[in-house]
Design a protein around this ligand. Structure first.
Ligand SMILES: [Mn+2]
Length: 386
C-alpha cells in the first residue's frame, strides 16, 4: 500500500526539475517543517532543480500556515510550483489565491484533515482514500519518502541516492519525528534508529557544531538528539528563514558554530521564561476548578505558548489552552490529555475561530478579541459534556 498522491507529487516535481520550472518551498517554522523543507530542497538541488525560495511564516506575525502576508511576497515568484510542507491542510482560501497568482500547489503534511481538503495535490496519510496503514508519520518522514522516490528515479528506477545523502536525510527525519513527538513505531522507529545511528558521523556542519557544546563521549545519540531538538525547536525566523534552517543548512562549520552559539543562549533564556510563566499559571490553575485551563495575554510570547501548554497539561491532566494576545487577535496552542481530541473540541467551536487545526493532542487556534470569551464558554460546555 502506498501513500495517496506521493508518487504523483514526485512525478510533478521531477517534471518541474526537467523543465527548469521555479519551485517554492513553504514550511511550518517548527523543526518538523524545517527538516521537511531541507530534505526536499537538498534532494531537488541534487537532481539539478531550482528552488527559488524557501519560506517559513513567522507564527507570531503571520500565524500558522499560508497567509496573506506570505502570499504578497510569494507572488513575486509566480508562476511556480508551490509546495507546502507541514502546513496547508486548512488553507482553503489561501490556496485558491495562490492558484490565481499562477502557482500550482502541492500540500505535504500530516495534520488532522478537516471536512474537506484544499484544491491542491494533497499528500496526507490521514486524508480520505489513503490506504497506507501507518498514519503517524511526521511531515519530515513524508518528505524523506518523497525524496526516496525522487532520487530513485533519476535514471528510471535504479537507486541513485548516495548512502551519504540518504543518511543525511535520515538524521534530519529522526530529529523532526522526535521533535514532533510522533509515536516511535513502524516507519518512525526505522527513521529514528537509522538517523540516530548515523548522527555521530554526520557530514552536516550544523549538526557537527553541536558536538562542541555537547561532547559526544558524554551523551548517547538519543540524548544528543534531545539536546539538539531542545535548541532547534526555536521557531524564530529571519528574512522568512528559521534559525534552525540556517544552522542545519549551513555549509560552513565556523558559521554554523556561531549561529548555534547565539541560538543556544536564546534557548536558555526561553527555558527560564517558560519556567516562570508555567509556575504562574500553575498557581492560578490550582486555585480554580474548571474542566479546562484557559490562560493568555500579551505577556505570553507567541513562540512559547506550545511549550507552556505542554507542561501545564502534563501537570494537571486537563485540556490546556495558552494564548498570546496582540491587538485584536489571540493566537494560541492547545494540549490535551490522551483520549481527548483537541481538534474535535476546536471544530465544535470553529464558528468563533479564524483559523484552527493540528493533531488530536496538540493543536492551535486564532480567535478575534470579541469572540475570546464566547470561545472559552463554548469550550467549557464541550468539556463538561465529555
Ligand atoms: Mn509536523
Amino acid at each position: 500500500m502506498e501513500i495517496k498522491n506521493l508518487k504523483k507529487a514526485a512525478k510533478r516535481i521531477l517534471s518541474a526539475i526537467k523543465k527548469d520550472e521555479r519551485i517554492v518551498l513553504f514550511g511550518d517554522a517548527d523543526l518538523d517543517g524545517t527538516t521537511s523543507v531541507i530534505i526536499l530542497e537538498e534532494a531537488i538541488k541534487n537532481l539539478g532543480g531550482r528552488v527559488s525560495l524557501c519560506y517559513f511564516p513567522d507564527r507570531g506575525i503571520e500565524g500558522y500556515g499560508l497567509n496573506e502576508n506570505a502570499l504578497k511576497i510569494l507572488s513575486n515568484y509566480a508562476p511556480a510550483l508551490l509546495i507546502l510542507l507541514d502546513c496547508g491542510i486548512g488553507n482553503f482560501k489561501e490556496v485558491k489565491v495562490a492558484k490565481k497568482m499562477g502557482f500550482e500547489v502541492i500540500i505535504i503534511e500530516h495534520h488532522e484533515v478537516l471536512a474537506e481538503v484544499p484544491q491542491a495535490l494533497v499528500v496526507n496519510p490521514k486524508q480520505k482514500g489513503d490506504k497506507y496503514p501507518f498514519k503517524f508519520l511526521a511531515t519530515c518522514g513524508l518528505s524523506f519518502k518523497l525524496t526516496s522516490i525522487l532520487l530513485g528515479s533519476k535514471t528510471g528506477g535504479g537507486r541513485v541516492a548516495s548512502k551519504h545523502l540518504e543518511q543525511g536525510f535520515l538524521e534530519l527525519a529522526a530529529l523532526g519525528t522526535l521533535a514532533d513527538m510522533m509515536p516511535q513505531v513502524e516507519d518512525n522507529q526505522i527513521f529514528i534508529e537509522k538517523g540516530l545511528d548515523s548522527l555521530p558521523f554526520t557530514f552536516r556542519p550544523g549538526l557537527q557544531a553541536f558536538f562542541k557544546i555537547f561532547p559526544q563521549q558524554n551523551f548517547s545519540s538519543r540524548e544528543l538528539a534531545q539536546k539538539i531538538i531542545s535548541i532547534l525547536q526555536i521557531t524564530d525566523s529571519k528574512n522568512h528563514l528559521t534559525e534552525s534552517y540556517l544552522v542545519l543548512s549551513s555549509q560552513d562549520t565556523t558559521q554554523a558554530s556561531q549561529l548555534l552559539e547565539k541560538l543556544s543562549a536564546k534557548s536558555s533564556q526561553r527555558q527560564q521564561l517558560i519556567k516562570e510563566l508555567t509556575s504562574e499559571i500553575t498557581q492560578k490553575a490550582a486555585a480554580i476548578s474548571s474542566p479546562l485551563i484557559f490562560e493568555g495575554g500579551p505577556e505570553f510570547p507567541h513562540v512559547l505558548t506550545g511549550a507552556i501548554a505542554s507542561r501545564i497539561c502534563h501537570k494537571f491532566k486537563k485540556p490546556t489552552f495558552i494564548f498570546n494576545t496582540n491587538q485584536n487577535l489571540s493566537k494560541g496552542s492547545v494540549r490535551t490529555p490522551k483520549g481527548v481530541n483537541s481538534v474535535e473540541a476546536l471544530t465544535k467551536c470553529s464558528s468563533l475561530l479564524e483559523v484552527y487545526g493540528g493533531h488530536p493532542q496538540a493543536s492551535g487556534f486564532t480567535v478575534k478579541a470579541e469572540n475570546l470569551e464566547k470561545f472559552k464558554e463554548c469550550l467549557i460546555e464541550y468539556f463538561k459534556k465529555l
